[in-house]
Structures are given as C-alpha cells and as structure tokens.
Design a protein around this ligand. Sequence first.
Ligand code: F3S
Length: 281
Amino acid sequence: MPVIEVARQAGACYGVERALKMALEASDSASQPVHTLGPLIHNPLVVADLEERGVRPAADPAEAGSGTLVIRAHGVTPQVIADAEARGLAVVDATCPYVKRVHRAAARLAAEGYQVLVVGESGHPEVQGILGHAGEGARVVSDEDDLAGLALCDKVGVVVQTTQTAERLAHVVAALVGRVGELRVINTICEATSERQAAAAELAERSDVMIVIGGRESGNTRRLAQICRERCMNTHHIEDAAELDAAWFDEAERIGITAGASTPAEQIERTVAQIERVVAA
Ligand code: F3S
C-alpha cells in the first residue's frame, strides 16, 4: 500500500475560507436573494454548491438587483461598494483582511503624495480593487520591463498584489532605484501562496505521483501543478476526485497531494479517500 501524503500547507487560504463562510452565513440568514460579485472562487464545484443554496454570481451591482451582495476575497474599489449601497443592496464585505491591508497602504501612500505603483497582473480583480484606493496617477506594472517608457513622478510608492513573488517585487524595486528621487516600498505579499508553493515543491521532490486539486481556471493551482511537474513527471491536475485514474498509481510508493488556494479542505479529504479506494482495489 503506497503512502499518501498531503502537503504541509495546501488548499484554501484563510481569506478564501473566510469569504466562503461569510457567503454561506449570508445565504442562511437572508430572506432575499444573495449574489456574489463574480464567482466567489475559481472552483466550479464550490460555485455549483453555492448556486444550489441560492447564492449566484452577478457581474455587477446592477445585475444583482436586490438582496445581498457578497464582495469576494479579492476586494473591489470603493466605488463598487458605494454603487451597491446606493442601489439598496445589503453589502457583505468578504474582502480578505490581507487585501484590505494593501488598500490601506495604497491609500496612505497616495495621501502622502506618492505616485503609487502596483506590482501585479493588470486586469486581475484584486489589482483593479487596489487601483481604486491608490489615487489618480497610480499605475500597474507586472515586471521591470513595464517600467520602460512609464512617466514617473519624483516620489514613488510601491505596493504589491498579495499573490506575487518577492523576487518579482525585488526586480521592480531594483529597476526603480536611480529613476526616482524618493522611493517607498510596502511589501504587501501574502505568505499563503509562497508557503503552499514551497510545501508542494518539497513533497513533489520525494513523491512518485503528485495530484494537484483545483479549478482549471485557477492561476495559483496551475502554478502549483507546474512546480510539481518540474519535480515529479507523474503530476496530474484534477478538479474533482472522480477524475482519478487507477493507472496513475501503478507501482507508486508515495503519492503526494496538494491543492490550490480555492480548494476547500473537504475536497482534499474526498480525494484522499478516493485514492485510498483506488489503490486498494
Ligand atoms: Fe487573503 Fe492571502 Fe488568501 S491575501 S485571500 S489569505 S492568498
């Protein structure tokens, strides 16, 4: 019987678990419809489960119409909350406290006269939300190459999307030194992502098979699968335990499991149980 081991840190992070709990509480207590602003997390199973409980995604406050609107962990701009409240929606703000910390840092820098640079993925909902707190001249850069041709003020303040790597932040900061008179950097990276990646890498190194659980659209799950594949050729990214194939485990002595930040603990447990059944058969 092979050893089945789940990575030390795997699956839903604090902010995602919290948002999920808040959405479920809202649906239990609300007499009117409950919407989430966009899918609550990049996990089709969880989104389908929420829909069964009457919690549906809405693209914007106008689409939600009436009832309760849950703001997901990524956060939003202050304008979105104001718009929802002006429409009479009850807002449940499930923005992750670590994302709120970025909002506060960006707002403080802007108030102190810094041009805010957000290191992150432009277009990502979290980054859009941060921009809404970062003042007029704020810009997004994904890496140091994006700085070329960017008009910079003399005072620049840097914040960073929570899921970025310290390495990327360091490269941008190094490229800024010498280009501006005053540079202030607030490291707002959340360690949940890097801890999950390090734990997955360590486990993949010593596993014969790696199973990575999470939505196919989830960027952080795909990144985990890539990290595992670089260390364990027999890596499989699945969304659901039903996708497991007995042939993957032939001759495996150690089976490693990790999961993206949008995979609840219960999905990991289901996968472990299913692997146990498959290898025992
Ligand atoms: Fe929050 Fe960090 Fe998760 S910012 S949503 S705990 S990845």
